[in-house]
Every structure is written in structure tokens, then in C-alpha cells.
Design a protein around this ligand. Structure first.
Ligand SMILES: Nc1nc(=O)c2c([nH]1)NC[C@@H]1CN(c3ccc(C(=O)N[C@@H](CCC(=O)O)C(=O)O)cc3)C=[N+]21
Length: 306
């Protein structure tokens, strides 16, 4: 059976379309009111995973009516030069949001870059201040992949209060923020990582299992509770049986779909929603900037009137 005709597959496309349609309405209003949204992507060096993401960002931004501009820097750039470029974007009133695509080359400390983005322009929710807000239950600007994964879980209709959730992978951009988002919703959360003694023993208890480690087919059917929801966040490139490159997740979808009640396909699951959330976050950032702007200058002065 193909992913399109099995109700167990939790597909991201429809959710992404819904989010993008709402963003499009917001963006049109903001534009008419003199605050056109604009998103800047910063890429350092070359990475395949980033190329897919940026390509989709450009396409969906265009669909939503958000200006999109890609700044590419060579892998040889220094951290200082990048920080200077970010400060320039922070100071530019036409720029709404800045996303720094990961990974960056090893000689550049990613945390320094993330902290250099002004918190009001941090559309990825990766500035320490943004991450801190999530700990304080202010959830409207969360890291995109984490927020996308939670949106997909909501699609199951499961009650998140008291839900047994297990997350495999504790990265700062995915696993940890998912844990905080779901704790805020009342779930009981277990986070597994490379030092966990038995990932399988934890995973088998989960009503909802999130996996983000970057290992193809790590999660097999015998690690999944019958009836569980399985959210596959992995994006791995591998050579398929026909010799061409393809994207697979971290879950052995073929076997797990026999056990789980819901499973997210890769591609076509979390990925498309991640892009939609990035655009939604751009509108959240814009409205915060507008609130500050109007508190400072009143409602008379608009960018378009300058
Ligand atoms: N700062 C930062 N934040 C990220 O969230 C981030 C990043 N860096 N670096 C790269 C990875 C990868 N990533 C993807 C997001 C969506 C798709 C996506 O849209 N996938 C679609 C389409 C796949 C295709 O077109 O082939 C799908 O899964 O169906 C892919 C990859 C975000 N990442």
C-alpha cells in the first residue's frame, strides 16, 4: 500500500498547507499596513540537507507572500565576519527574520552565531532568550522542527495531558525543545540519548514516540507499543535499491506501520510542516517588532511611508 492511501500515515502536507494559508493572509495584511515581512537565510559552506530545506523555504515563502533572500558565505569565512553580517541584518529595519542553516563549519561556534541574532528577529527560536521562553511556557516561537513534530502529534487527536511520551535524541534544536513543549501540554516525557541503557525498554512504553537521531531504521517494530503514534524526525540520505539517492527517516517504517496506529512518512511528514512553522514564526516575529515599533513611534510612521 502506498503512503497516500493508508490512514495510519500522518501526513504533513495538509497541515503545512493550512498553516501557510493563514500566514499568507497575515502577510498580506501586514504588507498593506506598511510592514512587509522578509526572511533572510544564512548558509555557510555546502550541505545537501540544507539545500533541500532552503529550496523549500524559498518556494513556500513565495507562496505565502514573504520576501525571501538567501545569503551564502564560503566555508572559509571567520566567525567574526559572520557576526558582523548578522549585526548588519539586526540593524536593518526591512529584515524581519534571520535563520542560520545548520550545520556550519567546525571552526565557527554555532551558539555564538545564534546568540548574535537579535531575539526579535530569531525566527528559529534558537537564541538563548527564545529557548528560555519555552522553559517559561511561552510557546508561540519555538524551534521549527520541534514545533512541527508536536503539530503532527496533535493531528492524532490524542489527549496530550498525561500522555506517555518518549523522545529518542536530545539535541538542542529538536529533542530538548520537544520535551519542553510537551511538558507544557501536560505530557509525561522521557528523553533517551546515546547514554540511555535500554532505548528499547523506554520506547516500548510510549503512547507517542519521537525519534530524531539520524540513524536509518533505528526504531524497529519490537520497540513500539501497539497503537502508538510514531513521529519520525530523521532526515537521512541513502542509496536505494535502484542505485539512486533517497531520503529516509530513523524508523523502519515498513515493519513499524504494522504495530503503530499512526506513523509519519519521510519524506512528507515533519519536513513540510517545519518549513510552514518557519514562515509562521516570521509573522510572530513581525508582530512583536510592530508592537515595539508602535510603542516607540506611535502608529503614524510606517516603513512604506518613509
Ligand atoms: N537551523 C536549522 N534548522 C533546521 O531546522 C534545519 C537546519 N538548520 N539544517 C538542515 C535541517 C534539515 N531540515 C529540513 C527541513 C525540511 C525539509 C523538508 O521540507 N522536507 C520535505 C521535502 C523533501 C524533498 O523535497 O525531497 C519532506 O520531508 O517531505 C527537509 C529538511 C531542517 N533543518
Amino acid at each position: 500500500m502506498s503512503p497516500s492511501d493508508d490512514s495510519r500515515y500522518l501526513k504533513g502536507g495538509p497541515v503545512a498547507q493550512r498553516i501557510i494559508a493563514a500566514v499568507r493572509e497575515d502577510a498580506a495584511i501586514a504588507k498593506a499596513e506598511g510592514f512587509p515581512p522578509k526572511l533572510i537565510s544564512i548558509t555557510v559552506g555546502d550541505t545537501d540537507a540544507v539545500d533541500v530545506y532552503v529550496r523549500n523555504q524559498r518556494a513556500k515563502a513565495q507562496l505565502a507572500g514573504i520576501d525571501f533572500e538567501e545569503r551564502r558565505f564560503p566555508a572559509t569565512i571567520t566567525a567574526g565576519e559572520l557576526e558582523a553580517a548578522i549585526h548588519g541584518l539586526n540593524a536593518d529595519p526591512r529584515v524581519t527574520g534571520i535563520i542560520i542553516q545548520r550545520p556550519v563549519p567546525a571552526h565557527i561556534p554555532i551558539k555564538t552565531l545564534q546568540a548574535a541574532v537579535h531575539p526579535l528577529k530569531d525566527v528559529e527560536g534558537m537564541h538563548p532568550a527564545s529557548i528560555g521562553n519555552i522553559v517559561y511556557n511561552q510557546l508561540d516561537l519555538a524551534p521549527c522542527t520541534a514545533a512541527a513534530s508536536v503539530e503532527l502529534l496533535r493531528e492524532t487527536g490524542l489527549d496530550l495531558k498525561g500522555l506517555e511520551v518518549v523522545i529518542v535524541g536530545h539535541s538542542e534544536i529538536v529533542g530538548k525543545p520537544i520535551a519542553f513543549l510537551l511538558m507544557s501540554e501536560g505530557a509525561t516525557v522521557t528523553v533517551c540519548h546515546h547514554m540511555t541503557r535500554s532505548v528499547a525498554a523506554h520506547a516500548r512504553r510510549a503512547d507517542a514516540l519521537f525519534v530524531a537521531v539520524g540513524k536509518p531504521r533505528l526504531i524497529k517494530a519490537d520497540m513500539v507499543k501497539p497503537g502508538a503514534a510514531v513521529i519520525d524526525i530523521g532526515i537521512n540520505s541513502e542509496i536505494g535499491p535502484d542505485g539512486t539517492s533517497r531520503i529516509v527517516g530513523d524508523v523502519d517504517t515498513e515493519s513499524v506501520r504494522e504495530v503503530a496506529s499512526w506513523i509519519t512518512p519521510v519524506p512528507g511528514g515533519v519536513g513540510p510542516i517545519t518549513v510552514a512553522i518557519l514562515l509562521r514564526n516570521t509573522m510572530v516575529a513581525l508582530s512583536r517588532q510592530r508592537a515595539l515599533y508602535e510603542a516607540t513611534y506611535g502608529t503614524a510612521g510606517r516603513l512604506a511611508a518613509e
